[in-house]
Design a binder for this molecule. Structure first.
Ligand code: ZN
Length: 426
């Protein structure tokens, strides 16, 4: 097992390596301490297990191209005599080296485009594992250079409360990584409901791209979010804020983190779908559920959540100070309100936006996991479909969608108000 980097590779990836070193030193600074020697790299089926002779502190992984590799940086680990056992068609070779004093790097040379999923560190910190997932060439290239997949720090896992029936724990970032809160616009009256509109993707993450006309999801989501905001401001009945008002990247937790910080009454994440089948078209509303309503919904969740997994460079408040909150009744109430709003959105927006027949689906979407904010993810149409893409990218299309969403929002809060007044006998 050869260790080290050739000069030309180093030159090819000079900038990336500088970034990596900067990242690695951040990890190191945050987590000094003991070192677990790498004792084995086992590959069984599609799961890779890395074992250490002592606990490690944390790990992250990222993808490199030319040649294709998965790099795994493990804080608190020492490269050494670890052996590689098992085999996988996806892996051509396994190498390891010492990146810095406290961080070991394992490199998997790939035989085929492969991403990793389901990252886990054992509670005792003595092993970590992940799945190898074969992907298309294009998907791999998109994912390269987009940041790191973080493995949970083992300390976090032992600190988590025991799982109870009907409760799940969700890590909440202490403060969105230096992300300043957006301005609140619309109604001046602070008692009016606040709606946070989230334009999906952005910055280095383009989202789905139409292969023919090059239309990018991140551009249409921003234009639609802005159109919705403008109409809500004109209607004057609610207050409104955008998670992003320009072409920038936010991790998923920052998006719902903004809604929670602002104490939003409703969170709508705007996206555009994509499918291999260019015929697929129409809008879908997704709400949160731990189990997906169907395979397509599961695939969509995997795709939308991956943005964060791959891009989740969430360096600011990583590991130690990430607190967990227990979600129980609040979450269920939010989920009910979200589902009601999803149905309302279809009813009110259908005259303006073509919907799919199965328009309401459920999936475990990270961006919807604010426990106390009713949230929906609105896939406004298929960017992979020529007609939908033209609609989504046109000013008229964006205005139509905004009209439908605005109407649904108005009815939603009018109902809430009526219920409240009715309840108090007024
Ligand atoms: Zn999306």
């Amino acid at each position: 097992m050869k260790i080290g980097w050739t000069a030309d590779r180093a030159a090819l990836h000079k900038q990336r390596m500088l970034n990596i070193l900067a990242l690695a030193s951040t990890v190191l600074a945050a987590t000094p301490g003991n070192a677990g020697g790498i004792s084995a790299v086992d590959v069984r089926d599609d799961r890779v297990v890395v074992r250490f002779d002592d606990s490690v502190e944390g790990a992250s992984a990222f993808l490199l191209d030319g040649p294709r590799r998965i790099a795994l940086d493990i804080a608190g680990a020492q490269a050494g005599r670890g052996r590689y056992a098992g085999s996988s068609a996806a892996i051509a070779a396994v190498r390891q080296g010492q990146l810095t004093e406290g961080t070991a790097r394992i490199v998997l040379d790939l035989a085929a485009p492969t991403m990793l999923g389901d990252p886990q560190i054992a509670p005792d910190g003595k092993s970590l594992s992940f799945l190898l997932q074969g992907v298309s060439d294009t998907r791999f290239r998109t994912a390269v250079g987009q940041g790191r997949l973080r493995f949970d720090a083992p300390a976090d896992m032992s600190a988590r409360p025991q799982k109870r029936i009907h409760s799940i724990t969700v890590p909440i970032p202490p403060v969105a990584r230096g992300v300043s809160l957006p301005p609140i616009e619309g109604a001046r009256d602070g008692a009016r409901p606040l709606v946070v509109i989230d334009a999906g993707h952005g910055g280095h993450d383009p989202g789905a791209i139409n292969p023919e006309n090059g239309k990018r999801e991140k551009d249409v989501t921003l234009a639609i979010a802005q159109a919705i905001r403008d109409q809500l401001i004109r209607s004057g009945r609610v207050r409104v804020a955008l998670t992003r008002d320009d072409d920038r990247f936010l991790v998923l937790q920052e998006r719902y983190g903004i809604a929670r910080k602002l104490n939003a009454d409703l969170f709508i994440s705007i996206h555009a779908d994509s499918a291999e089948n260019g015929e697929a078209h129409g809008a879908t509303v997704y709400t949160l559920s731990e189990t997906a309503s169907d395979r397509e919904a599961a695939r969509l969740a995997a795709r939308e959540n991956k943005v964060d997994i791959i891009n989740g460079v969430n360096l600011g408040g990583q590991s130690g100070d990430v607190s967990s909150i227990l979600i129980d009744l609040t979450q269920r109430e939010s989920m009910n309100i979200s589902a009601n709003f999803a149905r309302l959105l279809q009813r009110e927006a259908a005259p303006y936006v073509p919907f799919r027949s199965a328009y309401h689906r459920f999936a475990s979407l990270m961006v919807l996991k604010a426990p106390d904010t009713p949230s929906v993810l609105f896939e406004t149409g298929y960017i992979s479909n020529a007609e939908d893409a033209a609609f989504l990218a046109s000013r008229e299309g964006q205005q139509s969608i905004a009209r439908g969403v605005t109407r649904a929002i108005e009815v939603h809060f009018a109902r809430k108000l009526a219920m409240r007044d009715g309840g108090s006998g007024g």
